[in-house]
Write a new protein. Structure first.
Length: 512
């Protein structure tokens, strides 16, 4: 297996992730791979600052530079287009410029007139099949989807064609030169990236659940917070869409539905909706202030849902956060599922903050799949979560230790707002954590939270109730005005809210 630097995929487009996985899985240990290698202008004065997607060094033959372009690529009238948008520069000229910059940099650092090994330039289109005809500049130096399974053969043939014999690379010298150009600092971004990589590994329970999907077209999946229910729901959704099925993915939370749509993108034959939005659409109604509106909506939609099912609009219905559905909503959801359609329900009874009657959920004649391992939160977050979690919840062995939780208490809202301002100042201005990574959660809607000064100082800071933020997660989570004597902060509420924190948890407790 190749040595990867950094050893985890910190960030980048999906196309680069595909290539990274291919290189890690299919290259031998003769290779050292750098991903996202920057060359600053101070090192390479002849070139503007830039980045090499992948630098692949073989100890016996030389160096391969790769520029990765995802999506649909077309070449027309001498210009390159990516998903219909013209590229500022040909990807082949882009990687060639990067190669010139690297060569200049290495020669300068090593005080050499030329390199003793070849540096070849390739462009990889991982989402595009091999073409019968290629633009002249791409002939012989382009990789496609088919090359993901055997990149080494292409690399070696290209390197051997560029030299008359073996050209040994001093890999250690190359590392000493290039490593300072790769960001290895212990800042927030790197700490988060390393923890994310460890949390992203598939658990045995998740793998077994994926196997169960292949055996049972109808299944209930019960899982604790952070056990990967939403990820599995999306994964099964994409599997079914790939099989040519039309899929309806439902949840209760508007924010979660919006998040799922962003993740899915423009996937054909897939509809993602918050369940009440679907009902409004089916009945062509608008929301009113009538306190009985939603109750009546769920009743009225049943006959329409039955007709919807008979019309076979969807081949599969998947429900995420099923514990949030009321019995009336379940009646309507069951009615809109066609008789032979796939039907999968994900839920966590411990997150039943709306106190629904869970006996209304659909039942199937075989055992439900169970997920007990939390793989979202760091160990530090789990130490705070554990007292409120259901019996049997475990923490993944791969979970990083994470940032130490912070707990502050005060007897007044005013004192807690001063503390909140101080915490935000430290996070944003001292630790340089992006405001976009921070979410504040409370029990009441924003107008009731006395956040005017906070909003003025930190415009764009996200605040939600824990009900509205259900099913989502935040790198840094601040729980505001937590009062264990308040029924709004009961065990289910604290369990649900705390489990939203991935890396850093800050509790601002109100002692009445």
């Amino acid at each position: 297996m190749a040595e990867m630097i950094p050893e985890w995929f910190a960030q980048g487009p999906d196309a680069e992730l595909q290539v990274w996985r291919s290189l890690r899985a299919h290259l031998s240990d003769a290779w050292t791979i750098w991903h996202g290698l920057s060359y600053p202008v101070s090192i390479s004065p002849a070139q503007a600052p830039g980045e090499i997607d992948f630098l692949c060094s073989h100890r016996d033959y030389g160096v391969v530079l790769i520029e990765v372009k995802g999506g649909e690529l077309t070449f027309e009238d001498g210009r390159w287009f990516q998903d219909g948008h013209v590229l500022k520069q040909s990807p082949f000229k882009q990687v060639t410029a990067a190669g010139c910059a690297l060569t200049h940099c290495l020669c300068e650092k090593w005080q050499a007139a030329n390199l003793t090994f070849p540096v070849v330039h390739l462009v990889w289109f991982p989402a595009v099949s091999r073409q019968a005809a290629e633009p002249f500049e791409g002939a012989g130096c382009t990789l496609y989807t088919e090359d993901l399974v055997n990149p080494e053969a292409v690399f070696l043939s290209t390197l051997k064609a560029a030299t008359t014999g073996a050209s040994q690379v001093d890999v250690e010298r190359l590392k000493q030169t290039l490593t300072p150009f790769v960001s290895y600092g212990a800042d927030w971004r790197q700490r988060r990236s390393l923890a994310d990589a460890r949390l992203a590994k598939l658990t045995l329970e998740q793998a077994r659940t994926l196997d169960a999907f292949a055996q049972f077209s109808r299944l209930r999946v019960r899982g604790c917070a952070g056990s990967g229910k939403t990820l599995l729901a999306l994964r099964r959704t994409f599997q079914l869409v790939k099989q040519g099925k039309r899929v309806l993915l439902l949840c209760f939370n508007l924010l979660l539905a919006a998040h799922l749509r962003r993740v899915a993108g423009d996937t054909p034959h897939l509809r993602i909706e918050a369940v009440n939005d679907l009902f409004l659409d089916l009945l062509q109604r608008k929301v009113t202030s009538d306190p009985e509106f939603w109750h009546q909506l769920a009743k009225d939609v049943v006959p329409v849902a039955e007709a919807f099912a008979q019309a076979q609009h969807y081949d599969a219905v998947i429900v995420d956060e099923g514990q949030d559905f009321s019995p009336l909503v379940w009646t309507a959801v069951k009615a809109l599922v066609p008789e032979k359609a796939d039907f999968i329900v994900f839920y966590d009874p411990a997150q039943n903050i709306f106190q629904r009657n869970l006996s209304a959920m659909p039942e199937f004649p075989w055992p439900e799949a169970v997920l007990t391992q939390n793989c979202r939160n760091t160990r530090s977050v789990c130490t705070v979560l554990q007292p409120y979690a259901p019996e049997g919840m475990t923490i993944s062995e791969e979970a990083p230790s994470g940032e130490a939780p912070e707990v502050y208490s005060a007897s007044s809202v005013g004192a807690l707002r001063e503390r909140l301002m101080g915490v935000l100042e430290r996070l944003v201005e001292v630790e340089h954590i992006p405001l976009s990574d921070i979410v504040v959660i409370g029990a009441h809607a924003h107008p009731k939270m006395a956040l005017e000064q906070v909003d003025a100082r930190y415009p764009g800071l996200k605040y939600f109730t824990y009900r509205k933020f259900k099913g989502l997660e935040a790198p840094v989570l601040i729980l505001l005005d937590v009062d264990e004597q308040n029924p709004l902060w009961d065990t289910a509420a604290r369990y649900t809210a705390i489990s939203r924190a991935v890396h850093k948890l800050i509790l601002l407790n109100l002692h009445s």
